[in-house]
Design a protein around this ligand. Structure first.
Ligand code: ADP
Ligand code: ZN
Length: 728
């Protein structure tokens, strides 16, 4: 028997199927999608079986070393999906398969993970236990089986180790070994609301179309009960014997969210996100593959969950930039979801309070590319919180540079009512840095062209691109003056200011520094805030999404402007989404909520629409700009990144590539560049970018595919192609 194997090397040159023959004793076990160990040149590698070709002759073909799996890790659908992913992203096929799998199941030598087992005990059929002469502990053990069939051996041994042993030896009990899964959720009480009329309509609309391949956009304001709707839809799907995938942005996969689903669906759920250990991921993935889990709730990569009979895919916060994979293969999760929904002929639900412009335009277009479902009101007609905008230019309103009189007053009153406050420090593309007040010198990374970020706790300056670190200096190396100061502002600084003003308040700070230290720091913090162990939650973007705290009635945005100023065509959209999201954390349950936004641009249209909770208004205004500048959704963007160590070589080749594209691409594709990116040099590598804009892809993938082939052996130049980039 001859099989075709795709080996683990991520390289365009080896990205093809190699033939191996299989010794006859293994032939009956071979299935597509299993991993095998094979000799490859002088190495021994793992690979996936992607072809089985029984009749080919076997002369001069190397033999496989061994099979890695008993059952395939890639099923038929995922094997096809990999090919689709390759065509879509132009990444090597092997990387398309690897990205679908958790580490322990990738074709990668030395990453195998072992299963864990646990012993259970059961009674033996046809034994009359009442008639037996048993001693007291033995009787006690047997009695345990009155209302349970299987009991953990460890539990019974607590009664008596020797009695368990004796009963087993006498054949009066039997041992059953079962696999033990590493990820465990704790028991919680189930909660189920009866849906509101509006929620019910949304759910029915989807349940009536379960066997169509439609994409729905569920546009519902924050707190309108979208998550409840998702659960009800899933319930309907599970009742039909089918399965479900629910995706949420990584950062909102908090215990709160997982618990909500667990309360409703218990052990039918699998959980999948980057904080799980490799062993936990391995187990959760296999629970899905074996059909033991009926639904998964997870971050981006859970879109590849190996269900064989999907009934629905739900993507919450569909506008979130985390749905784009930023490494090869640079896939966009919603595209993958569409491909899977098509394969399974099932609906795809995209949910958001602030849909991406792309999605909303599809939903309201006369072509009805998506079907629009709306939840315009909060549960029980609760009002959206009142939003106040504070002009930080107005000196009378400003307490100190960071906190306005108005925000401080509001915090004071909220604390007095024993309610909670969330404060957002918007710091996208923004950090504390040090500069010389005398000459303006700014310390930069010697490897990358960017400013170093100051970390106060450790008193070091760090490069956020390459990790380079150095001690903070006090004397300017350029002018020699003792006048180095910190500029910009971090959460630490604001925490200090808050502590000075609200001496009694218990303040919880959540940012990269405080959450990256321990494995579950993020989860633990959210739990303790939910338990009212803190009064003020101060944090970065990571606190804006998906959280549901009943006692939060004030949300303050310290600096709304920062993300408006980043040089990116999505900056307004990102800011609108962020401010709306975080505003939505206020007043979600019984109490009235308020929001205070501090800004230096009170007249900016983004701020105005956020203040009025006017997504449609924002949409219309932003679409005008996008149309004028020919940006998505009025075109597809593709970013071609050219990089290398030698500036001149990179620049010359980048110009050659531009000329090549101009010659071969369809004439209506706009070509911009080459130009330097936000950062010209990172880790001593220079970068140039070419932007392609088109309404219709025409021959784009074909021409770019040829370009990749042309450069695949070039050691000086690296090409990287990003379709639908998040940023340019
Ligand atoms: P969203 O996902 O749209 O932000 P959620 O599903 O989180 O909204 O609902 C907001 C709050 O309202 C949650 O605390 C939720 O438990 C509650 N809720 C949702 N649906 C109902 C309902 N039908 N009846 C009562 N409370 C509900
Ligand atoms: Zn650096």
């Amino acid at each position: 028997m001859v099989i075709g194997v795709l080996v683990q090397l991520v390289n365009y040159n080896t990205d093809k199927v190699f033939d191996y023959c299989v010794p006859s004793c293994l032939c009956s076990k071979i299935k597509l999608g299993m991993r095998v160990l094979v000799p490859f040149g002088k190495q021994v590698l793992e690979g996936f079986i992607v072809e089985i070709n029984k009749n080919s002759h076997t002369d001069n073909i190397k033999e496989i070393i061994q099979l890695v799996d008993e059952v395939p890790v890639l099923n038929e659908e995922l094997l096809l999906l990999g090919q689709w992913l390759k065509a879509k992203t132009l990444a090597p096929l092997i990387s398309c398969y690897q990205v679908m799998l958790p580490r322990g199941l990738k074709a990668k030598k030395g990453t195998s993970i072992t299963k864990k087992y646990e012993s259970y005990i059961s009674l033996v059929n046809n034994v009359d236990y009442d008639a037996l002469h048993l001693n007291l502990p033995q009787r006690k053990i047997v009695n345990c089986f009155k209302d349970q069939k299987l009991i953990l051996k460890k539990k019974l041994q607590e009664i008596s180790v020797s009695s368990v042993k004796t009963l087993l030896e006498k054949g009066l009990l039997q041992e059953v070994v079962k696999e033990k899964y590493r990820y465990q959720l704790h028991d919680v009480k189930p909660v189920k609301y009866s849906l509101t009329l509006q929620q019910q309509q949304v759910v029915d609309e989807v349940l009536n179309k379960l066997s169509t391949n439609k994409t729905f956009l569920l546009y519902g304001v924050t707190g309108s009960g979208k998550t409840e709707c998702y659960m009800e839809m899933i319930d309907g799907v599970l009742k039909k014997g089918k399965t479900a995938i629910v995706l949420v942005p990584e950062i909102s996969l908090t215990p709160q969210m997982i618990e909500r689903f667990y309360r409703r669906f218990g052990n039918q759920i699998a959980v999948f996100h980057s904080k799980l250990s490799d062993g936990e991921k391995y187990d959760e993935w296999r629970r899905i593959a074996k059909g033991e889990a009926k639904m998964v709730i997870g971050a981006r990569s859970a879109i590849f969950a190996p269900f064989t009979n999907l009934g629905i895919i739900i993507i919450d916060e569909e506008h979130s930039s985390t749905y784009k994979q930023e490494k090869m293969p640079r896939y966009y999760t919603i595209d993958v979801a569409k491909a899977r929904a098509k394969y399974h002929n099932c609906p795809l639900i995209l949910g958001s309070a602030t849909p991406s412009l792309e999605s909303y335009s599809r939903a309201i277009s006369p072509k009805k590319i998506y079907e629009l479902l709306s939840l315009p009101n909060r549960i029980n007609q609760k009002k959206l919180p009142k939003v106040t905008v504070v002009n930080m230019h107005n000196k009378k309103q400003v307490n100190n540079f960071w906190l306005s009189v108005e925000l401080c007053e509001a915090i004071k009153h909220t604390l007095a009512r024993k309610e909670q406050v969330i404060l957002l420090l918007n710091r996208r593309g923004y950090a504390t840095f040090v500069t010389c007040q005398n000459c303006g010198y700014v310390e930069k990374c010697p490897n990358c062209d960017i400013t170093l970020t100051y970390h106060k706790t450790s008193n070091i300056l760090r490069c956020h691109y390459c990790g380079y670190a150095t001690k903070k200096i006090n004397v300017c190396p350029k002018c020699g003056e003792n006048s180095i100061v910190e500029l910009g502002n971090g959460t630490q600084k604001i925490e200090e200011l808050l502590k000075q003003q609200f001496t009694e308040a218990r303040i919880l700070r959540m940012d990269y520094d405080t959450t990256s230290s321990k494995k579950n720091a993020h989860e633990t913090m959210i739990k303790s805030f939910a338990n009212n162990e803190y009064d003020i939650l101060l944090g970065t973007q990571m606190i804006a999404k998906g959280l549901d705290f009943a006692n939060v009635t004030l949300v303050g945005v310290i600096n709304a402007d920062i993300s408006l100023n980043i040089p990116d065509f999505r900056s307004s959209e990102i800011t609108f989404q962020l401010l709306s999201q975080v505003s939505g954390r206020s007043g979600r349950k019984d109490k009235e909520g308020q929001v205070i936004i501090q800004t230096f641009n009170p007249d900016h249209y983004v701020i105005k629409y956020v203040q009025n909770h006017d997504y449609e208004g924002f949409y219309k205004e932003e679409m005008k700009i996008r149309k004028q500048l020919k940006y998505p959704p009025f075109c597809y963007l593709t970013y071609v990144k050219i990089s290398g160590k030698d500036y001149n070589v990179v620049f010359t080749e980048a110009k050659k590539i531009r000329d090549y594209l101009q010659k071969y691409l369809a004439k209506n594709i706009i070509i911009l560049g080459p130009s330097v990116g936000n950062v010209l040099r990172i880790k001593n590598i220079y970068y140039f970018g070419i932007i392609l804009k088109c309404r219709d892809k025409k021959n784009l993938n074909l021409v770019l595919g040829d370009l990749i082939s042309h450069y695949q052996n070039n050691k000086q130049i690296h090409l990287d192609i990003d379709f639908n980039p998040n940023h340019i």
